[in-house]
Design a protein around this ligand. Structure first.
Ligand SMILES: NC(=O)c1ccc[n+]([C@@H]2O[C@H](COP(=O)([O-])OP(=O)(O)OC[C@H]3O[C@@H](n4cnc5c(N)ncnc54)[C@H](OP(=O)(O)O)[C@@H]3O)[C@@H](O)[C@H]2O)c1
Length: 323
């Protein structure tokens, strides 16, 4: 099957469903002392189980085991290219070794670069230090490529981001990126940007899931030819989503899983989505959404879940130095 894609306002095609590589903290780079410490912490975990519960924090070693699955996920995703399709990966300079791991896996797989669509992002620190161009060079090195498909400003960092956008526009004319865009922007950010921009962002990648549906942002984006990319698209399947009887009933009706319901909902809203997973079966499940269509009344039920609940910081009131 051909990759299902959307057309961006500059004519580029972007796959409707991608893979969010997420943060990868490479163990090798952390050294054996670090691993020993993590191991000891895991051993001590049972003693501190209440602390973990109170802090709503996963055991560290479990996180690392999950991260170790990421190269396999990237490889599986790459191997699913056939029939001239494209594979979309979302990564960022801020996700530790994520770019390097993706670069390694792309090199190993032997698949043509033309079949891969890469999104990566400028760090907030590069915005503050005025080193956006250097950041791009580092991303190109990490990813072992000579161009990025979509290069994004990671956050609308107060005081720096409009100047950074002007640098992004210059970068675009260098040919090292095919398109530029933003992340985590609300309509008022976009309004501010459009006042100074010579190039309109192709995309706005923002937190978007059942509990934070971004209807105003989507409307604004649509009116200005900006595609919304939904990050954290499954809302991490939190209890409020997993525990819902209403959602279970809709899933039963279509004989689909909860993640398929949510992924299809994103597609029908016209959003690109980039879920992350460390499970091969989840990976294929999340893409198996093309042979059913949600009826308007079911889309309406899903709309009722919008409740302004964020997993990530609100770009209007956050400490950008910690992101
Ligand atoms: N631009 C930005 O500022 C920004 C910010 C945050 C995130 N992002 C992007 O968004 C991507 C995804 O975000 P995220 O990982 O935070 O949230 P997510 O994709 O909404 O949720 C991932 C979680 O859902 C689970 N999951 C995935 N598929 C599943 C399935 N079919 N059944 C059951 N559980 C499933 C995964 O567990 P399993 O591993 O067990 O499947 C994982 O715990 C990131 O990797 C990143 O690329 C961008």
């Amino acid at each position: 099957m051909e990759t299902v894609s959307f057309r961006l306002s500059n004519g580029m095609m972007i796959p409707a469903v991608g893979f969010g590589v997420g943060t990868v903290k490479d163990l090798r780079a952390r050294g054996s002392l670090y691993i020993a410490r993590e191991f000891a912490l895991e051993k001590a975990k049972d003693l501190f189980v209440n602390h973990y519960k109170e802090n709503n924090r996963y055991p560290i070693l479990k996180d690392i085991k999950k991260e170790k699955m990421i190269p396999q996920m990237i490889q599986a995703k790459l191997q699913s290219v056939w029939g001239g399709g494209k594979i979309l990966f979302d990564t960022a300079r801020a996700y530790c070794y994520s770019e390097e791991v993706l670069g390694d896996e792309m090199r190993k797989c032997g698949i043509s670069r033309d079949n891969i669509f890469i999104i990566t992002k400028v760090t907030n620190i590069a915005q503050r230090q005025n080193t956006v161009v250097k950041d791009l060079e580092a991303s190109l090195r990490n990813l072992r490529t000579d161009y990025i498909d979509l290069y994004l400003l990671h956050w609308p960092q107060t005081d720096t981001w409009l100047d950074s956008w002007k640098v992004m526009e210059q970068i675009l004319s260098s040919g090292k990126v095919k398109g530029i865009g933003v992340c985590n922007c609300k309509p008022h950010h976009l309004e501010e940007l459009l006042r100074i921009a010579d190039v309109i962002p192709l995309v706005n990648e923002c937190e978007c899931h059942l509990l934070l549906q971004q209807n105003d942002t989507r409307k604004y984006c649509r009116e200005h030819g900006i595609k919304l990319i939904a990050h954290t698209p499954l809302g991490r399947l939190t209890e409020q989503i997993r525990g819902s009887k209403e959602l279970k009933e809709i899933c039963n009706k279509y004989q689909i899983s909860l993640s398929q319901l949510i992924m299809r909902w994103h597609y029908q809203l016209g959003d690109v989505s980039i879920p992350n997973t460390t499970s091969l079966s989840h990976l294929s499940e999340n893409e198996d959404i093309w042979d059913f269509e949600l009826l308007p009344e079911d889309m309406e039920v899903l709309k009722g879940f919008d409740s302004d609940v964020r997993i990530w910081p609100d770009p209007d009131c956050c400490d950008f130095t910690r992101l």
